[in-house]
Design a protein around this ligand. Structure first.
Ligand code: FES
Length: 355
């Protein structure tokens, strides 16, 4: 974390963090005592339903690597809401950041973010995520579906800084109007023959030259990556897509790294269990096998969350007693004191959480 900005240091003994932040905002500054605020400096319509925001973060921003994500918090109707977004460019010399927000039907935060104009201020957390490209030689197959393109976009752009790496990017969308960065990607592939680019459109009546229409299956993989055993596969998109990519690549590709942008499926189970939240003194009955975050939200609770896919750790809490299950890998968690991420864990018995 960066050191305090000098006014904060000078004022350290005299004012509290909330007071400093309040007056900083009153004077139009994004400097904050211990939070990373970022100002929107540009907005671009990226596709029919997605907007890219270029952000200028304050000096609290700790940096990131291509392929990583960040929790973004904004106030919507008086409530602070946090969601996770990927950086869609590698770090830039001017320190600006680009995030792309897909408008989700009924999504309050995404609707508000897509409407932001330059000058608006949001809050950022610390970067996280392990889907990075090591420097040096490497051959990659990037598989992106829908919003899964966002981290793979920054990894594709990062190829420019790594002359020993080469990649094939296959990007699925239902229709052409939903493709993000289409022109930017075409230009990148034109100046970087080490990047081979394929757009796949599954519900587009008219296809242009070079566009494919096929879902991910063994035949398509064989066509696009006949040398799979020499490739590292990075897949990003809805869970079903990532699971399918994993199934096809594992045991064949050199390495597989998948990040799913949707919560895990329900674990088979049924019935309901009692969840006790020790810190908040509440007890609720929730369905067994359902991600705890979704189950608690369905009952009107608002536990802290960010990525909602088990990566950012925002929703982590301690298990006091009972049996939980990690829905990502099926492991059960029963050791008291174990960390449990409620976005991707379900209750398998009556459960007490330190929440
Ligand atoms: S919300 Fe990110 S790990 Fe649960």
């Amino acid at each position: 974390m960066n050191s305090l900005s000098s006014p904060a240091r000078l004022l350290g003994a005299a004012v509290s963090a909330p007071v400093f932040d309040f007056w900083s905002r009153q004077f139009g500054s994004i400097q904050a005592w211990d939070r990373c605020l970022a100002r929107v400096v540009a907005r671009q319509q990226e596709s029919a339903n997605a907007v890219s925001l270029t952000l200028q973060p304050n000096r609290r921003f700790g940096g990131f690597e291509p392929g990583q994500h960040v929790n973004l918090t904004a106030e919507v109707e008086g409530v602070r809401v946090t969601r996770s977004y990927s950086f869609t460019q590698p770090p830039r010399a001017d320190g600006l950041l680009r995030l792309t927000i897909k408008q989700v039907e009924g999504g309050k935060l995404s609707t508000a973010l897509c409407a932001l104009r330059p000058g608006a201020v949001v809050e950022l957390g610390e970067a996280y995520g392990e889907m990075n490209l090591p420097q040096g030689p490497g051959r990659y197959l990037f598989l992106a579906a829908g919003s899964g393109i966002t981290p793979l976009m920054s990894l594709s752009l990062a190829l420019e800084q790594n002359p020993q790496a080469e990649a094939t990017l296959v990007y699925w969308a239902q229709q052409r109007a939903e493709l993000c960065y289409a022109e930017e990607l075409r230009q990148l592939a034109a100046r970087l023959p080490r990047l081979r680019l394929h757009f796949v459109l599954t519900r587009e009546p008219l296809r242009l030259a070079g566009e494919l229409a096929r879902r991910l299956d063994a035949g398509l993989l064989e066509t696009l990556a006949p040398d799979l055993d020499a490739l590292q596969v990075y897949a990003c998109g809805p869970r079903g897509f990532v699971d399918q990519a994993r199934l096809l690549a594992q045991g064949r590709a050199l390495r597989f790294h998948g990040e799913a942008f949707t919560p895990p499926a329900l674990a088979p189970g049924g019935g309901s269990v009692r969840v006790t939240l020790r810190a908040s003194g509440r007890s609720l009955d929730v369905p067994s096998g359902v991600p705890l975050l979704a189950a608690l939200e369905a009952q009107g609770l608002r536990p802290e969350s960010g990525c909602r896919m088990g990566l950012c750790n925002t929703c982590a809490c301690r298990l006091v007693e009972g049996v939980g299950q990690n829905l990502n890998n099926g492991e059960t968690i029963s050791e008291p004191g174990s960390e449990l991420r409620i976005c991707t864990s379900a209750a398998r018995s009556d459960l007490t959480l330190d929440l």
